[in-house]
Design a protein around this ligand. Structure first.
Ligand code: APR
Ligand code: PHB
Length: 391
């Protein structure tokens, strides 16, 4: 088999790239280790920046999103129970975000893949990269016990944080930067109306909480928890009690309790691997970088990476110029690091750090109070939250 671009991984990065290349008339094959149900079933964040909304539209995939998604022009912060609103639209000249679950985005991408000729091979085991330093790289894998080989010009590593593509970059070349946080997020999905029509990011003495949603009838809530905590110890009752405590009386009074149908604990991490290119291998999305979920930048960063990568690949395959490919890593990393900074800062502002003392807590409270009273601080928060421009 031969193609122009071998894409490893069919998460948001790999599938968006597959669609972008298809639209540009560039031949690509997506290799995915798992099956569609697994990839689509993973519960992730659900806040789309304008960059992501624009891409859905550009690919003519935005119809259901505009019908079912919720446009949010503001977001809320609660500091020890007292709420204030960040009017994102007023602070940014009209920008907003779209609340639409990553699972829905994936469904739209998969549904359109086959009819449009985006080739996805599922259940590809033991994907391995070969000759990435040469002009003729290839990829091998096993499917149904049979060895397969794909020759290509370029490999796109879209296989997430635990994938194989980043590991193909020699250790002496790849520089990694990492921060692991001493807590996780316990997330719950429940078919109950959300407690607010917008999100509430909540800093409380007992730890962070987030009130989010998937629709007017489905709520998504999170609680900061210890990394050693067990799901079994969190009954629904305990979860709702703790959530209401942290949200404070005003929002807690509007919480509708109900049975959860998904409950999971995820660790928080900041990570960047540089450069995002080695030879004919180009990394995009979680394969290159991870952000903590505070601010919901994960999928949006995967999208900005692949928009830039698709532009570079179009220049290469359609115009014969390598300039875009040469500039890809630096261009992508400039935006990635700003989102890393924002996600790290927003995490620091809103979480309880077990290893920090009373002084740190006072500084946190002072910063929240400053943001509440300062338009300048709110503009900074809002322009990062809605997403920085693609430059
Ligand atoms: N071979 C083939 N596919 C692989 C391999 C492998 N060795 N390893 C991982 N994969 C697949 C995974 O099964 C997954 O479907 O690559 C895909 C990577 O998808 P994500 O982890 O979602 O990463 P990405 O597409 O970069 O999306 C980033 O979306 O899922 C969220 O938290 C993530 O918000 C972040 C954003
Ligand atoms: C979510 O709805 O899952 C969500 C929303 C906002 C975040 C993180 C997660 O910052």
């Amino acid at each position: 088999m031969r193609t122009q671009v071998a894409i490893v991984g069919a998460g948001p990065a790999g599938l968006f790239l597959g669609h972008l290349l298809r639209q540009a008339g560039i031949d690509a094959v997506v290799l995915e280790r798992r099956d569609r149900a697994y990839v689509e079933g993973r519960v992730r964040a659900g806040v789309l920046e304008q960059v992501t909304v624009d891409l859905m539209d550009r690919l003519d995939l935005g119809r259901r999103m505009h019908r079912e998604g919720l446009v949010h022009t503001g977001t809320n912060i609660a500091a020890d129970g007292e709420l204030f609103r960040i009017d994102m639209a007023a602070l940014t000249g009209g920008a907003s975000v779209m609340v639409y679950g990553q699972q829905e985005v994936m469904k739209d991408l998969f549904d359109a893949a086959e009819p449009r000729g985006v080739k996805v091979i599922f259940d590809a085991e033991d994907v391995a990269l070969h000759d990435i330093d040469s002009a003729k790289p290839h990829v091998t894998w096993r499917k149904d016990g049979v060895e397969q080989r794909l020759d290509c010009d370029v490999i796109a590593g879209c296989d997430g944080f635990h994938g194989v593509t980043r590991a193909a970059i020699p250790a002496g070349v790849l520089k990694t930067f990492e921060r692991v946080y001493p807590f996780g997020w316990l997330g719950v999905l429940a078919d109950v109306p959300p407690c607010d029509h917008e999100l509430i990011y909540c800093n409380h003495e007992r730890g962070f909480a987030l009130a989010s949603m998937r629709s007017p009838t489905r709520s998504r809530y999170y609680l900061q928890c210890g990394l050693d905590e067990k799901i079994e110890d969190w009954s629904d009752d305990r979860f709702w009690d703790e959530l209401c405590l942290r949200l404070g009386d005003e929002a807690a009074g509007r919480v509708t309790r109900g049975p959860s149908f998904e409950k999971s604990i995820a660790p928080l991490r900041s990570f960047v691997g540089e450069p995002m290119r080695h030879g004919r291998l180009f990394l995009a999305g979680d394969a290159a970088h991870i952000v903590p979920p505070t601010g919901a930048k994960g999928m949006n960063l995967a999208v900005s990476d692949v928009v830039m990568l698709a532009e570079a690949l179009s220049e290469y395959f359609l115009d014969g110029s390598e300039a875009g490919l040469d500039g890809y890593s630096a261009r992508a990393l400039a935006r990635v690091w700003k989102a890393e900074r924002f996600s790290w800062w927003f995490t620091g502002l809103t979480h309880r750090f077990p290893d920090r003392d009373g002084f740190d807590r006072k500084i946190q409270v002072a910063e929240l109070d400053y943001i509440r009273g300062s338009r300048a601080a709110q503009v900074t928060l809002a322009e990062n939250y809605v997403g920085l421009p693609l430059v």
